[in-house]
Design a protein around this ligand. Structure first.
Ligand SMILES: C[S@@+](CC[C@H](N)C(=O)[O-])C[C@H]1O[C@@H](n2cnc3c(N)ncnc32)[C@H](O)[C@@H]1O
Length: 214
């Protein structure tokens, strides 16, 4: 096994292609019924639409929600299966939504967004193969002055019960990773906490929302 493969563990590109093929094969309608992420809705609803990066866009629920609200979205994922599906959803949603989205198939383990380009950079539930603070810094460099960085990661172990979560075996961004990566002189941290994903408890996520000051 190569070193890169070992670092990716079971969460490299091929495994995500397989997951998306299986999920879509079981029923694209079920995938399409997944609502956009509750943390994104809560944290982004008050922002004026501008340019957004959805890093790890997957089936596209968040990309479509943003584009439907007037954002121009760059949707990035390394799964062509997921992005092809998301693109066809955008086309079905109408030309005004589809023309606001640019689709990029690439690996977030190495890809860097253009500097200072986005009013919102969102990265939700992406497994980090290398250093999480390094990935946060790389994605954060894409945020324009005054723009917002929104990171959501599920811990591998539920903090209240100690039970393994659906993210067991993965490393997703934590509050500590984000705080270690973001220079306090350049970022105002608006949210940095672990909180339930939905009303009524259930899964707990690390949510980090920061605004770039300079
Ligand atoms: C758990 S899904 C989350 C999808 C979406 N962000 C959401 O909140 O529903 C993780 C997504 O990240 C993508 N992904 C994981 N690692 C990646 C990487 N290194 N580069 C690009 N995409 C990656 C996967 O293909 C998958 O679509």
């Amino acid at each position: 096994m190569t070193r890169a493969r070992q670092e990716q563990g079971d969460y490299g590109r091929e495994s995500w292609e397989r997951r998306w093929s299986q999920a879509l094969g079981r029923g694209a309608h079920a995938v399409d019924r997944r609502p956009p992420n509750a943390h994104l809705l809560a944290e982004v609803a008050d922002l004026r639409p501008g340019r957004a990066l959805d890093a790890g866009a997957g089936h596209g629920a968040e990309t479509l929600w943003l584009a439907g609200r007037g954002w121009r979205v760059t949707a990035v994922d390394f799964s062509t299966t997921a992005l092809d599906h998301a693109r066809s959803r955008a086309e079905r949603a109408g030309a005004d939504v589809a023309e606001r989205v640019e689709w990029i198939t690439t690996d977030l383990g190495t890809w860097a967004p253009p500097r200072d380009a986005y009013d919102l950079v969102a990265c939700l539930y992406v497994h980090v193969a290398g250093s999480a603070p390094e990935m946060v810094r790389r994605l954060a460099a894409g945020v324009a002055p005054g723009g917002t960085l929104l990171l959501v990661g599920q811990p591998p172990v539920d903090p209240s019960t100690g039970a393994p979560t659906r993210a067991a075996g993965q490393r997703q961004v934590s509050v500590e990773d984000a705080l270690a990566a973001l220079d306090a002189e350049r970022w105002t941290i608006l949210v940095a906490e672990e909180r339930p994903r939905g009303i009524g408890g259930g899964e707990v996520d690390a949510v980090i929302r920061a605004r770039r000051v300079a």
